[in-house]
Design a protein around this ligand. Structure first.
Ligand code: M6R
Length: 576
């Protein structure tokens, strides 16, 4: 949530910061702003809305910081955009996170005569630094850190210096090392065209960068060795490459992701009696499919928890438990907190994580990296595919069985070729304001994921139910005004789902079925149909997961929604 970037070097900072911000925009896009140092003064410019709104005002200077915001405290308005400067405009800061005790700090600062220009929590940081500055910026920052309760990664600069100080507690911060230039960023993608050499800053570390030096110390000021890593992403991954949206590109990348994921070694020590999976959003739905698969194949009980609930639950886990955290970003605050709680309780933790060296991947006892590559669209698609493959492999490994999924590759290609057909279907249905999604067994998590994609990017209300649950209440919603997407594949409960569809049809509900190629029976009942290729029952999710986001994508595109950056959302949810 929120993206920050800092640059100090021998080039003009403005374009580097702006391009970096554009790559960080997935982290929030309520407002954006830049501050740079020129002639010993701080130049700053900030605006409500997208990064593109900054383009008209070019700021000179070779040292600068910038921010793209996902609003927490204070509405998306110009005055609440970062950077924030102190009253004498000597210091500027950008912040990602939440200062939980900001009201108390604000009151204290106000009582000492400080004027606040925003409604944010972040602004207290710059005023505290100004109050505590006695000639050394790093010392001033070290002095105020114990006063900040909450999560943060922030960067601060001073008007007559080319140094940038950064500090991290709970939100991501990465140093990029260049030649005669150095960077600070929330995410590697923002600096990937400038350097592949990075240092992942840990919690409770402070960083000082100048064009020629990088220093890291703990919050007591004790210097730490630099742990430099090489990043193997490339710039193409961060570009749309001819696709209208990242989401569509990423849906199409699923076949490659599938193949790459097959190569991931999935072997863990089997010394646990129970598994608990913790995750949020799409990763949670992947976990739900994982639960079905592991229980069915390996016969090991799997408890599944939404991470934001688990963390406040006093969970009954101990050293005999394996807690699996699933996360694309590896930065989701709730999932991270769940991992920490699991560790406190003595459980062994395993991460199924996409972003290498992300916070969760560094905190879990063991990590299996998914091979989805850089996922930019806020709606998660290819990361879901990668998570599923790993969970299948894990289920089979725990069962002591071999698995060869390569034959599914061509079925995935077939599913992707449904794109045009699905686009036409979207034309037919995009105007409906409500949708129901139903499925049973393994198809229920797919219904949940399909509904999440639709509401997330097209702002259409969509609810998912286990098909058998409709009769316990939701069926009263059924009418010709609410289409149902029914996932009714030829599996062991096919007939049951078919009956549920009949119940909807008997009440004049329109039904689009996701069905198995060759199923003539269902064709006579439903209004529209998307056929996917036949595979073994347990593997249907790997195929069915392609048409569902495609439908959501086309509906959102027809409605002219901002597919890659849906309103109110951010890709990496680093606040509670
Ligand atoms: O990075 P994570 O996988 O931990 O993110 C979890 C959710 O925030 C994420 O899956 C979210 O639900 C997506 N926007 C769904 O498309």
């Amino acid at each position: 949530m929120c993206g920050i970037i800092g640059y100090t070097g021998d080039k003009e900072a403005y374009n580097i910061l702006l391009e970096g911000l554009e790559r960080l925009e997935y982290r929030g896009y309520d407002s954006a702003g830049i501050a740079s140092i020129h002639n010993n003064t701080i130049q700053h410019h900030k605006k409500k809305g997208r990064v593109a709104n900054l383009k008209l005002t070019v700021l000179p200077g070779k040292t600068g910081i910038a921010h793209t915001r996902w609003a927490t405290h204070g509405k998306p308005e110009d005055k609440n955009a970062h950077p924030f400067v102190d009253e004498t405009e000597e210091f500027a800061i950008v912040h990602n996170g939440i200062v939980e005790n900001y009201l108390e700090l604000k009151e204290e600062l106000r009582n000492s005569g400080v004027f606040f220009s925003s409604d944010t929590d972040s602004e207290v940081i710059v005023h505290l630094i100004a109050k505590n500055y006695t000639g050394n910026l790093q010392e001033a920052v070290l002095k105020i850190l114990p006063r900040l309760i909450g999560a943060y990664a922030f960067c601060v600069l001073k008007k007559d210096s080319n140094e940038i100080i950064g500090a991290r507690n709970g939100s991501p911060l990465i140093i990029g090392l260049g030649k005669k230039e150095n960077f600070l960023t929330s995410d590697v993608s923002a600096i990937i065209e400038h350097t592949h050499k990075v240092i992942y800053v840990n919690d409770f570390e402070l960083v000082r960068i100048t064009p020629f030096s990088v220093e890291v110390c703990d919050f007591n000021g004790t210097q730490k060795p630099l742990d430099i890593k090489e990043v193997n992403w490339n710039l193409e991954q961060a570009q749309k490459q001819g696709y209208k949206h990242f989401m569509l590109k990423e849906i199409y990348e699923q076949q490659q992701v599938f193949l790459d994921s097959l190569k991931v070694p999935v072997k863990i020590e089997k010394s646990f009696s129970r598994i608990t999976i913790v995750a949020c959003g799409t990763a949670y739905y992947a976990g739900l499919i994982g639960k079905y698969v592991i229980e069915r194949i390996a016969k090991i009980p799997v408890n599944l928890e939404i991470a934001s609930e688990f963390r406040y639950k006093e969970p009954l886990i101990n050293k005999d438990d394996l807690v699996i955290a699933i996360s694309q970003s590896g930065e989701t605050a709730d999932t991270l907190a769940a991992v920490r709680l699991a560790k406190q309780n003595g459980a062994r933790t395993l991460g199924i994580i996409n972003v290498i060296n992300s916070t969760i991947s560094r905190e879990v006892d063991e990590v299996i990296y998914t091979r989805a590559g850089l996922e930019t669209g806020v709606a998660s698609t290819k990361a879901f595919m990668a998570q599923l493959v790993i969970l299948y492999k894990l289920g089979f490994f725990l069962a002591g069985k071999e698995i060869d999924l390569t034959s599914l590759t061509e079925k995935i290609t077939q599913a992707l070729s449904l794109n045009e057909e699905i686009k036409q279907l979207a034309q037919q249905y995009y105007h409906y304001p409500n949708f129901l999604y139903i499925g049973r067994n393994l198809n229920y998590p797919l219904a949940l994921e399909g509904a999440l994609k639709l509401k997330e990017i097209s702002y259409i209300h969509a609810e998912a139910y286990p098909a058998g649950e409709l009769k316990h209440g939701p069926i009263s919603l059924v009418s010709e005004e609410i289409p149902t997407i029914a996932i009714c594949l030829q599996d062991s409960i096919y007939e049951k789902t078919l009956s549920n569809i009949q119940e909807i049809k008997a009440r004049n509900g329109k039904v689009i079925a996701l069905a198995t190629e060759g199923d003539k029976q269902i064709k006579q009942i439903v209004d529209d149909i998307i056929y996917i290729p036949k595979v073994e029952e347990i593997f249907y999710p790997l195929i069915a997961i392609i048409p569902l986001p495609l439908f959501a994508y086309h509906v959102a595109d027809i409605k002219d929604c901002d597919v890659d950056k849906p309103r109110n959302l951010a890709k990496s949810v680093t606040v509670e």
